[in-house]
Design a protein around this ligand. Structure first.
Ligand code: UDP
Length: 342
């Protein structure tokens, strides 16, 4: 159903959610934001409105597991589609807190599906992850490659996909696009929106940015004995604005066919941790100090997307290069040394 629509975005104040809200607002959609701010802040919502030049239709502080609060969100609006980001996302934390991960990620998704079904909303874009491919035996990865989750976070995403398959089999009025993104990084080019990790960053690019800014003393590279060209882990980094654009374009393709479809969102290009360090050093003008330490439990050698399916389905590809991912991440770090707090 191409054209402006009213979209519910869960986890809207988070890294990918906030950039996607900007993309939707800039393309004329009415956007209703829901977030429990467990890993984000209301300041992100202020920034969304500032960057997009107009406010969202409504903002709710609510947890998806709060059935009454979620019911009120659905009763207050007539949604054409839902984009579901709200989830916990740290691999290491998921190993330590599996119950919380299954509760939030799987329970949050079934709570949302219940509300959608009960209110006659049947179009969903779901935030999935390349982590479900696990320890891949080959790259690039296509959507038909087997799922081998290696940690609870990845398993929650894979389980949600199975739930969505089952819902679509039973309820043919549903159309669902699960987007398996690879490694979203970067920031909005305005420098107003970006990734704001709580505490010490888990992910490599925000970590490097804080080393470059002098907030952390050096990067610890988790292993240089992987079977990759320089021994460090290889990932398919994708600019967060490409991921945001991918969600906006997905809305236009929800009705291409009914049922459940799974698509990779990646660039098809792999970058090693060492290459990332070099790229960031070039951008910020000083070498990034690092040391090689042991592999991180649950990590895999290489994850790179085969982005052919999405290109064929939508005529769309992620276009932003690594240099713009790094430039934008560095600009955001410089302008927001303490995240959204300043
Ligand atoms: N990595 C690293 N040091 C860090 C964080 C990550 O060397 O402080 C490596 C990690 O081993 C992987 C890559 O950077 O090869 C990407 O990790 P990240 O946590 O950003 O994303 P993931 O692929 O685990 O989702």
């Amino acid at each position: 159903m191409p054209g402006p629509s009213t979209v519910l975005v869960t986890g809207a104040a988070g890294f990918i959610g906030s950039h996607t809200c900007v993309e939707l607002l800039e393309h004329g959609h009415e956007v209703v934001l829901v977030d429990n701010y467990s890993n984000s802040s209301p300041e992100a919502v202020e920034r969304i409105a500032k960057v997009a030049g107009r406010p969202p239709a409504a903002v709710y502080e609510a947890d998806l597991l709060d059935r009454r609060a979620l019911g009120e969100v659905f009763e207050g609006h007539s949604f054409d589609a839902v984009i579901h980001f709200a989830a916990k996302k740290a691999v290491g934390e998921s190993v330590a807190l599996p119950v919380e991960y299954y509760d939030t990620n799987v329970g949050g998704t079934t709570a949302l599906l219940r509300a959608m079904r009960d209110h006659g909303v049947h179009r969903l874009v779901f935030s999935s992850s390349c982590s479900i491919y696990g320890d891949a035996t080959k790259v690039p990865l296509t959507e038909s490659d087997p799922a081998r989750p290696t940690n609870p976070y990845a398993t929650t995403k894979w389980l949600c996909e199975q739930v969505l398959h089952d819902v679509c089999r039973r309820l043919p009025e549903f159309s669902v696009l699960a987007l398996r993104y690879f490694n979203p990084v970067g920031a909005h080019s305005s420098g107003l929106l970006g990734e704001v990790p709580r505490g010490v960053p888990d992910n490599v690019l925000p970590y490097i940015a804080q080393v470059a800014a002098g907030r952390l003393d050096r990067l610890r590279i988790f292993g240089d004995d992987y079977p990759t060209p320089d021994g460090t882990g290889v990932r398919d980094y994708i600019h967060v604005m490409d991921v945001a654009q991918g969600h906006r374009v997905a809305l236009d393709h929800l009705d291409d066919e009914r049922g459940m479809r799974v698509l990779n969102l990646g660039t098809g290009r792999g970058t090693s941790v060492r290459q990332l360090v070099t790229a960031f050093s070039d951008t910020c003008g000083t070498p990034i100090p690092f040391e090689i330490v042991a592999r991180r439990p649950g990590d895999v050698a290489e994850l790179v997307a085969d982005p052919t399916a999405v290109a064929q389905a939508w005529g769309w590809t992620a276009e932003r290069e690594l240099t713009s991912m790094v430039d934008d991440a560095w600009r955001f770090q410089l302008l927001n040394p303490s995240g959204y707090a300043n």
